[in-house]
Ligand binder design. Structure first.
Ligand code: FAD
Length: 410
C-alpha cells in the first residue's frame, strides 16, 4: 500500500448515473486513470425529471457545466403545495435564502445525463458498456469487477461503486417504501394555470398527491403518488377512473391528462430508504444512491450524489494514503448525509402515508409555523440542500446564478 502513488491511481467506476459520471470527470481532471463501467449497451438515463439544487449546481459549476445546466432546464423559484380544501400547506421560496438570485432547476434526466456524458466522452474517458457488474473481489491489493457474463475487469487500485440503489456491491440494508409514484414527461400546455417557475403539488391528506415540475424546453414532469400494492388495481381499472381521481383533486390538470392515452406513458418509480453504514472498505467506496437513498420528497438524491463525487475527489487530493483519502471522503459527507436521511425519513409521511395524523400535523401545525420568519428561511435551506451548511466543508460556494444565467452558450 505504501508504494501506491495516491496522485495517479487506476480507478474503476461502476455506474454511469450522475454520481459515476461526475466522479469520473473530477478524478480524470485530478490526474487519475479512470474507466467507467455501465450495464447498458448505450448509457442512458431512466425516468422523468429531477431538481438540481444549489448544492448540485455548485459541483456542476466546478465541472464548467453550470451555465449549460441552467440553460437545459427550467428555473424553479418556488415550491407550492395545496391540500384538498385549497389551503396552502407548503410554500418554499428560494428568494428566502441568504444567497441572492438562487433558484432550483427542474431538468429532464436525459438533459443532465447528456451534459455529463458528453463531457466524459470529450475528456476521452474510457467507458465500457454492456458490463453488468455482479460482484467485486480483492486480489493482491487490487480490486477486480466481475460481470454477469462471466468476464472481469482489469485490476484497479480503487473501485468506486456508483451503481445506485440496487448496487450488488453494497451491503443490503434499509427498507423499500410502500408509496412510490407514477411519472410521465408531458408537453407544457399552450394555456393553463401552470407557472413555469413553480413546482406545484396538490394533496388529499397524505394518501393522494399530484404534482407538476417544469423541465423547460416545453416539457414538464407529471407525477401521481401511488402505493406499489395498488398498482395492479390501478392497471386493471383503466385510465378513465384514475383521471377522474386526479381531476377531483386538481381540475386544472385536464389539459395534461388529455396527453395521456396509454398507461405505458406512466412509469412507476418505487423508493427505498437506506443508508449503507460502512461506505468505505478496502480499496472500494460507495457514492450516491449506492451509499444512501431516500424518497425524492426533498428532491436531493442527484445533488447528494454530486456532492459525494466532489468529496471523493477532494479526499483523494488531500489524503496521504488511500485509506486516509477514503476516510477524509467519508468525514466530508457523513454528517450531511445523516441529516438529510433523517429529515427525509421524517418528512416523507407528511406527503405519502395512509395515516391521517401526518397530514393533520402538516396542515394544522407545520404549515402555519412555516410562514413565520426564520422558519421560512430554514424551510428554503432544507429544500435547497443547504441545511447543515454542506458546502463550506467541501470548499464549495453557492454558484453565482446571475453570471451563469447571462452567459452566452457556444
Ligand atoms: C421518481 C424519482 C424522482 C426523483 N427526483 C429527484 C429530484 O428531484 N432531485 C434529486 O436530486 N434526486 C431525485 N431523485 C433521486 C435521484 O434520481 C438519484 O438520487 C440519483 O439518480 C442517484 O444517482 P446515482 O448516480 O447515485 O445512481 P443512479 O442514477 O441510479 O445511476 C446508477 C447507474 O448505474 C447503472 N447500474 C446499475 N446497476 C448496474 C450493474 N449491476 N452493472 C452496471 N451498471 C449498473 C445504472 O444503469 C445507472 O446508469 C429521484 C428519484 C426518483 C426515482
Amino acid at each position: 500500500m505504501n508504494h501506491l502513488d495516491i496522485a495517479h491511481l487506476d480507478i474503476g467506476i461502476a455506474g454511469c448515473g450522475p454520481a459515476g459520471l461526475a466522479c469520473a470527470l473530477l478524478l480524470h481532471r485530478g490526474g487519475h486513470r479512470v474507466t467507467l463501467y455501465e450495464q447498458f449497451d448505450e448509457p442512458r438515463p431512466i425516468g422523468s425529471g429531477l431538481m438540481i439544487q444549489p448544492t448540485g449546481l455548485a459541483v456542476l459549476d466546478r465541472l464548467g457545466l453550470a451555465a449549460r445546466t441552467i440553460a437545459a432546464g427550467s428555473r424553479v423559484e418556488r415550491l407550492l403545495g395545496l391540500n384538498e380544501n385549497g389551503k396552502m400547506v407548503l410554500d418554499a421560496r428560494y428568494a428566502e435564502l441568504s444567497a441572492p438570485g438562487t433558484f432550483g432547476i427542474g431538468i429532464h434526466r436525459a438533459q443532465l445525463f447528456d451534459l455529463l456524458y458528453g463531457a466524459v466522452l470529450a475528456a476521452g474517458i474510457t467507458v465500457r458498456t454492456q458490463s453488468q457488474v455482479a460482484r467485486c473481489t480483492l486480489d493482491r491489493e487490487k480490486r477486480i469487477l466481475h460481470f454477469a457474463d462471466g468476464t472481469a475487469s482489469a485490476p484497479h487500485d480503487l473501485v468506486i461503486d456508483a451503481l445506485g440503489l440496487h448496487s450488488p456491491l453494497a451491503e443490503a440494508t434499509g427498507r423499500v417504501l410502500d408509496y412510490g409514484a407514477l411519472w410521465a414527461t408531458l408537453d407544457w400546455p399552450d394555456s393553463g394555470p401552470f407557472d413555469p417557475h413553480r413546482l406545484e403539488q396538490r394533496y388529499r391528506a397524505a394518501r393522494q398527491m399530484v404534482g407538476v415540475l417544469p423541465l423547460g424546453h416545453g416539457k414538464l414532469a407529471f407525477f401521481w403518488s401511488i402505493k406499489a400494492q395498488d398498482l395492479p388495481a390501478w392497471q386493471a381499472s383503466g385510465l378513465d377512473e384514475w383521471k377522474h381521481k386526479v381531476l377531483a383533486l386538481w381540475p386544472e390538470c385536464a389539459c395534461l391528462l388529455e396527453q395521456i392515452s396509454d398507461a405505458d406513458q406512466l412509469t412507476f418509480a418505487r423508493y427505498a430508504h437506506r443508508t449503507v453504514p460502512h461506505p468505505v472498505s478496502t480499496r472500494m467506496v460507495q457514492i450516491g444512491d449506492a451509499w444512501h437513498s431516500a424518497s425524492p420528497q426533498l428532491g436531493q438524491g442527484a445533488n447528494m450524489a454530486l456532492l459525494d463525487a466532489w468529496a471523493l475527489s477532494e479526499g483523494l487530493r488531500l489524503g496521504t494514503t488511500l485509506p486516509d483519502a477514503l476516510r477524509q471522503y467519508h468525514a466530508l459527507r457523513a454528517d450531511h448525509v445523516k441529516l438529510y436521511q433523517f429529515l427525509t425519513d421524517w418528512l416523507t409521511p407528511l406527503y405519502q402515508s395512509d395515516a391521517a395524523l401526518p397530514a393533520a400535523v402538516r396542515d394544522r401545525l407545520l404549515a402555519p409555523v412555516s410562514r413565520i420568519w426564520p422558519v421560512t428561511r430554514i424551510q428554503s435551506a432544507l429544500v435547497a440542500g443547504l441545511f447543515g451548511a454542506p458546502l463550506p466543508l467541501l470548499g464549495l460556494d453557492v454558484p453565482d446564478y446571475g453570471k451563469h444565467t447571462i452567459t452566452h452558450l457556444p
